[in-house]
Design a protein around this ligand. Structure first.
Ligand code: ASP
Ligand code: MG
Length: 406
């Protein structure tokens, strides 16, 4: 007998029919002799509706009320799942965050989970009942409802799996696993059987929207085995696990991309200590996330250029912050581009193999794709290219790194 957390949400619980389908996935696990705890997020579209309702008022003045409103989508879906379970003769118990309790930090709209008491969940499971827990929510030390950030039910599910020491946390979605790259762009993209936490963390933070990034961090920290699979088919999906020797030989496991890039170049800055902090302090104060950064070299006394990227929605604000600080930063002019995309190859093998970057650059060169900015980490190489080259770039990198042969 295994203890399994099953997480559903969005389109998987989008209609009553789909909720009945979820119940058959729960029943299947029970028939396999396993114990199940369910975590659900809201029905598809619900949270967006609730957000727009709340946005009729000033959110900054109403953070407590905002979380109280947007957390209600889950209350509906867990009760519906419980009703549908009853129809097929199973006993469920819908539970909100405070009933467990799931305690979080008191940061409305982006609370972190501090503690989950697994006692009630385990008691129910041992009693042959199915706890159906609302994702995305918890309570803070003052008993206020707090939410965990958009997509936060993934993190709830993994945290609950860690708290009850579940054997597995199955996250059901509308895709059947994690792919070598976007199958809508590269026809022979392949589903991965498994992927390491470290690689998945890169994919998630690069914008591959399968899992909330924090849920991957949580799984890595607590060594929770996570499976991403389709609620339509219920077929074996992709496992997130700790790395093994075989994975280390994998040069590149997948290619991610993001179209949400804009870059800013500050021209002719006087090269002296403190320049970088003058640029980035006002941006971080405005909560603008900077991603890639390049500073050109200079001969003594010469001027330099500084290029960095932000997400497109932040471009306008970034420009106005730069203009406001022009005298302090001492740059001559600013150039911007917001039709860029970032393409990243990710793989554990990069730690120990050389020549991966050059293989990437020469593949792109052979397709006449110009690289604007490059950045690397231990297991990732990212390049900034023109947005309209994405298709060519993904296809050429996918075959260069033989991902179609996985
Ligand atoms: N319902 C919440 C959202 O839409 C949480 C989740 O889906 O995981 O962001
Ligand atoms: Mg989600």
């Amino acid at each position: 007998m295994q203890k399994i957390v099953q997480k559903f949400g969005g389109t998987s619980v989008g209609t009553i029919d789909r909720i009945r389908n979820v119940c058959s996935l729960i029943n299947k696990e029970l028939k396999n002799g396993n114990q199940v705890a369910v975590v659900s997020s809201a029905m598809s579209g619900e949270t967006n509706k609730l957000v727009s309702l709340a946005e009729n008022f000033d959110i900054n003045k109403n953070k407590l009320e905002f979380d109280m409103i947007v957390s209600t989508g889950e209350q509906i879906s867990i009760a519906l799942i419980s009703m549908a379970l009853k129809e097929i003769g199973l006993k469920g118990k819908p539970l909100l965050g405070w009933q467990i309790p799931i305690t979080g930090s008191n940061d409305f709209t982006k609370a972190k989970i501090n503690k989950i008491d697994g006692k009630l969940i385990l008691e129910l499971m041992n009693n042959g009942e199915i706890p159906i827990i609302a994702g995305f929510q918890g309570i803070d030390k003052d008993n206020n409802i707090v939410t965990l950030g958009r997509g936060g039910s993934d993190t709830s599910a993994v945290a609950i799996a860690a708290a009850i020491r579940a054997d597995r946390c199955d996250i059901y979605t509308d895709v059947d696993g994690v792919y070598t790259t976007d199958p809508r762009i590269v026809k022979n993209a392949k589903k991965l059987d498994k992927i390491s936490y470290e690689e998945m963390l890169e994919f998630a933070s690069l914008g591959a929207k399968v899992l909330q990034t924090r849920s991957v961090e949580m799984a890595m920290r607590h060594r929770v085995t996570v499976q991403v699979l389709s609620s339509q088919t219920g077929k074996t999906g992709t496992f997130l696990t700790k790395e093994d020797e075989k994975m280390e030989n994998e040069l590149v496991s997948g290619i991610a991309y993001s179209k949400d890039e804009a870059n800013i170049t500050l021209i002719n800055i006087l090269d002296k200590p403190g320049v970088a902090t003058k640029i980035f302090t006002p941006l971080s104060e405005a909560n603008i996330n900077v991603d890639m950064i390049v500073q050109t070299g200079s001969e003594n006394g010469n001027k330099i250029n500084f290029t960095y990227t932000v997400s497109r929605k932040d471009l306008e604000q970034t420009i106005s912050i730069m203009e406001k600080n022009k005298i302090d930063i001492e740059f001559e002019r600013i150039i911007t581009n917001n039709s860029l995309a970032k393409v990243s190859i990710v793989g554990l093998g990069m730690r120990t193999h050389t020549g991966v970057a050059n293989k990437m650059f020469s593949a792109l060169a052979s397709k006449n794709i110009n690289i604007h900015v490059i950045s690397t980490s231990e297991i990732k190489i990212s390049v900034l290219i023109d947005e309209d080259s994405i298709e060519k770039a993904l296809n050429s990198l996918h075959s260069t790194f033989e991902l179609d042969q996985k």
